[in-house]
Design a protein around this ligand. Sequence first.
Ligand code: MRU
Length: 366
Amino acid sequence: MKIDGTAYRTIWLNADGQGVDILDQTRFPHAFEVITLRDLDAAATAIRDMWVRGAPLIGATAAYGMALALRADASDTALAAAHERLLATRPTAINLRWALERCRARLAPLSPRDRPGAAYRLAAEICDEDVAINAAIGEAGLALIREMSARKGGAPVNILTHCNAGWLATVDWGTATAPIYKAHDAGIPVHVWVDETRPRNQGAFLTAWELGRHGVPHHVVVDNAGGHLMQHGKVDMVIVGTDRTTARGDVCNKIGTYLKALAAADNGVPFYVALPSPTIDFTVEDGLAGIPIEERSGREVTHIAGRGPDGVAVDVQLTPDGSDGFNPAFDVTPARLVTGLITERGLCPATAEGIAGLFPERGARS
Ligand code: MRU
């Protein structure tokens, strides 16, 4: 993504070749601030406190966190401890476990002396792969948008998205936004309805910022507006991301996604989920029973937090004293409500057969 003429990824190796640079996403949209992570502690904090977030970027940051850990101590004990520490940062996005398992498989057989260099190389490889995967998702989703545009005689295609499954949630491109950016770049008129995505407002703070920077027409809507927009024919398709999709196609994503899927089904609006294959958890079939849902502080509900243009933190209490908040961060959309999955290998139905057909080598329980 180009910011003021400079191409950025969301995570990269610092110029000193050791630290890892990230964008502090708690500062968006008012500040574009780079933080350098220098050790395991910083990497774990960055994921836990959501300086970085979004399933693919969480995985990439964990891989670099492993490299930072092994730079300080490359023993077997340190490797195991770093794995455990990073895995405990957030429970729902499976990309975290996927990246850490990949690190362990590659690094554990090596001698401690060889581990740090190999860990940095692997983290870079995971980042490069994420970029290529998302670009391919963009091409697959572009075909859907192109088709819809033709059906509408070239009138703008209205796409609703939830949370931020964008550039900021990945290393580059985004998942749900990749087809949108590709369509916009190809001259296909698109317009995006951006759910604000309470309580942390990733739509309002992050997706709106990205789309604006890329010049994509959009409006931010309150989370409850989607059903109304669909009833009035103002949404041509929904595209969302996912933190974990099961082997049979149940989709776990930011809280509120399920309600959008219900509204889409009731109104005959296609509901697509864009995902890289590392987001598929082949060890789980039933998303409701098998996916741990992160429960965050109720304070994110009772208060609204952000920063003013001067960079000063704003934290406003919305609720009366004594009313506590309850804050499940994700929900599960059953596969039957999903029109299709947009992956780096193309489209498939949200079914066990559809997923296994595209990724036969992953098989059961891998
Ligand atoms: O809590 P977050 O901000 O990490 O949640 C992010 C999402 O729910 C995204 O939709 C998901 O990770 C897909 S990112 C390509």
